[in-house]
Design a protein around this ligand. Structure first.
Ligand code: S3P
Length: 670
């Protein structure tokens, strides 16, 4: 059974409510994606104790002394790419006696915020826009609030939740009417904690104002919020990508089973739409609420089907708003023209998703019509090939990733790492499903996967190649360079003076705690059990890493670690001595070569530098020197492994080069 990562929306809410509760909350199944890590980091800055979000969804304990103990942070709260973090925090802080500046990445700083700050201002909170109007960064000054009855022009769970949280922290009644019901996780969780939240069709006032929409009212509670014990269900929105892949035949005739998926009716409207498009989805155990979560959970069994077009709009939209990118991809493979309307909200998501879908589908040769509030897609069964721009939007990347992983299509997704926001490990899993190395039940098929080594001189593009090959095969990339940086950082932080590093023995170095932890499509590095984060790329480390890498004891210490990480195979690794020293028994060895000038040009391009003939000649001179020292050095000199495939990439494009290597590995597997 494949388990999708924890629900993003619910993870945010679980963390925020645990931060407001008094005592120790126990949370498991949390999504460790970047968005939720942003929420955790903001709460830490406000004084809540939250450990790192574990990659395997295991339980964590969150400690807080309650809403009243949250303090004004000394640094701006960085919400990263996460609209939910920003908007829900604006509401939560509005009712507390704190001042905080909220900001985020370029995408988040271009998204509207007045949809929450306007009604919160009516309640009495104060906001200062430090950037563009209606945009982050925004300073919030919370304090005593008045009650609110509000008709929201948009069906937005973020707006509704922000206002309910303000009512909660400000201790005042709040009623929100939205045009259609949006996801109701906040309401469900608040009820679990004993807060009175009523919902139903209706209006704000007795005169029927706002009638016809969906009404949600919160009555304030007295006393602190109790701690939570909560298991986050799998994210329906993440499951939707794998489901689409299986429906389109990518997981083979047997299809796929996805287990433990959240099936909240305000989130799973896609199932209804898929029913109209041809079915293929069986839901098992829907309606059963996962213990103590108040959220229905079940399994999805998916089989390939021939899809046909449908019309989607009106009140269906809020229940599938995040699934529209993948729905548009399904529409591209369905018979007829699928029309999606009333979805103008898509223009203010992590990207303008209507524009992103239109531009990318057209680039692949799909016929699309763009509307202000949606799009129409004519299905085709022609092979779809080309480059896709993600606009830094995780769901755009995953939707087209699914399309690209289907047989016959050839699609390159620019910046695939954006999926880390909501689905760490997505690419590896997708590639495994595509290559048939998992059964329909999600089990990995037997047989050890090979270890692939990629060696070559400086500037031969080893590490980007190794990463792309790993992703294409669903293997993990073992970045030896990062590992050397890790040990260099540990040395730098240790009391051993730099002048004495060369005298360290292997047993001295065994006292340094350094571990590799499978993470996403690679490995994370832990020093003393902690992720060193950006420190790995600091100037201090960059300056010392090549010196540290020449120390024989350092190489010996890391040798074992690398072999251990690759013990079960399915790893692509790059370096200078991977195929000769570290993995002499690797099943597939690659040695990359390219003309000196070409390597110099690529280096300059990669670093964003000038590529005039003079600059290239200068860089080529430096590389020639570097080649000589690399070949002549005593410790781990650069050598071509006798049994390597030598790949001259001078005249190959990057995708061609990756394809060749993937081909060699596949030959080996077959
Ligand atoms: C979310 C609500 C939705 C959704 C977003 C998560 C939430 O946004 O698109 O991914 O967790 O409340 P809107 O409330 O803006 O529709």
């Amino acid at each position: 059974m494949i388990r999708v990562p924890g629900d993003k929306s619910i993870t945010h809410r679980a963390l925020l409510l645990a931060g407001l509760a008094e005592g120790e909350s126990r949370l498991s199944g949390l999504l460790p994606g970047e968005d939720c890590r942003s929420t955790a980091a903001c709460l830490r800055a406000l004084g809540v104790e939250i450990p790192e979000l574990p990659l395997d969804g295991s339980e964590i304990r969150v400690r807080s002394r309650g809403a009243g103990a949250l303090r004004s942070p000394s640094i701006p709260l960085d919400c990263g790419n996460s609209g939910t973090t920003a908007r829900l925090l604006l509401g939560l802080l509005a009712g507390l006696p704190v001042t905080a500046i909220l900001t985020g990445d370029a995408s988040l700083r271009s998204r509207p915020m007045r949809r929450v700050t306007d009604p919160l201002t009516r309640m009495g909170a104060r906001f200062r826009e430090d950037g563009e109007p209606d945009r982050l960064p925004i300073q919030v000054t919370g304090g005593p609030l008045g009650s609110l009855a509000y008709i929201s022009p948009v069906a937005s769970a973020q707006v509704k939740s922000a206002l309910l949280l303000a009512g909660l922290t400000g201790g005042v009644p709040v009623t929100v009417v939205e045009p259609h019901a949006s996801r109701d996780h906040t309401e469900r969780m608040l009820r679990l904690l004993g807060v009175s939240v009523e919902a139903g069709p209706g209006s704000v006032g007795e005169d029927g104002e706002g009638a016809g929409g969906w009404r949600v009212s919160l009555k304030p509670t007295s006393g602190p919020l109790p701690p939570l014990e909560f298991q986050v269900p799998g994210d329906f929105s993440s499951a939707a990508f794998l489901a689409a892949f299986a429906l389109l035949g990518g997981a083979g005739r047997e299809g796929l089973r996805l287990g433990g998926v959240g099936l909240n009716p305000t989130r799973s409207t896609l199932l209804q739409v898929l029913g109209r498009m041809g079915g293929g989805v069986e839901v098992i155990g829907a309606g059963e609420e996962e213990k103590g979560t108040g959220e229905p959970v079940g399994d999805l069994v998916l089989r390939p089907v021939a899809l046909h077009a449908t019309e989607v709009g009106g009140e269906e939209i809020p229940g599938l708003i995040d699934e529209i990118p993948i729905l548009a991809v399904l529409a591209a493979r369905a018979k007829g023209v699928t029309r999606i309307r009333d979805a103008g909200e898509l223009r203010v998501k992590e990207s303008d998703r209507i524009a992103a879908l239109v531009v990318n589908l057209r680039a692949l040769g799909v016929e699309v019509e763009e509307f202000d509030d949606g799009l129409a897609v004519r299905g085709t069964d022609a092979p779809l090939c080309g480059q896709v721009r993600t606009f830094h939007d995780h769901r755009i990347a995953m939707a087209f990733g699914v399309l690209g992983a289907l047989p016959g299509n050839d699609i390159q997704v620019e910046d695939p790492q954006v999926v880390e926001v909501s689905y760490p490990g997505f690419w590896a899993l997708l590639a495994e499903l595509a290559s048939g190395s998992r059964t329909s039940n999600g089990e990995k098929k037997g047989g050890r996967q090979p270890v692939v080594t990629v060696d070559g001189p400086a500037g031969s593009g080893k590490s980007s190649t190794a990463l792309a090959v790993a992703r294409a095969l669903g293997f993990r990339h073992l970045d030896s360079g990062a590992l050397y940086r890790g040990l260099t950082l540990a040395l730098f932080r240790s009391p051993v003076p730099e002048a004495n590093w060369d005298d360290l023995s292997e047993s001295d170095l065994s006292a340094f705690s350094i571990e590799l932890e499978p993470r996403g499509d690679g490995f994370g590095i832990l020093l003393e059990g902690e992720d060193p984060g950006e420190a790995l790329r600091s100037r201090e480390v960059t300056r010392r890493v090549s010196r540290a890498a020449r120390i024989p004891a350092v190489r010996a210490r890391l040798l074992e670690l690398q072999r251990e990480a690759a013990r079960e195979g399915g790893v692509v690794t790059d370096g200078r001595d991977m195929g000769t020293v570290v993995f002499p028994d690797a099943e597939v060895k690659i040695f990359l070569v390219a003309d000196l000038e070409e390597r110099a040009r690529r280096r300059l391009l990669q670093e964003g530098r000038d590529t005039s003939p003079e600059a290239v000649a200068e860089e080529a001179k430096r590389l020639r020197e570097r080649d000589r020292t690399d070949e002549e050095r005593e410790v781990s000199p650069l050598r071509e492994p006798a049994d390597a495939h030598v790949l001259d990439t001078t005249h190959l494009s990057f995708p061609e080069q990756v394809d060749r290597i993937v081909g060699w590995v596949r030959e080996h597997i077959d």
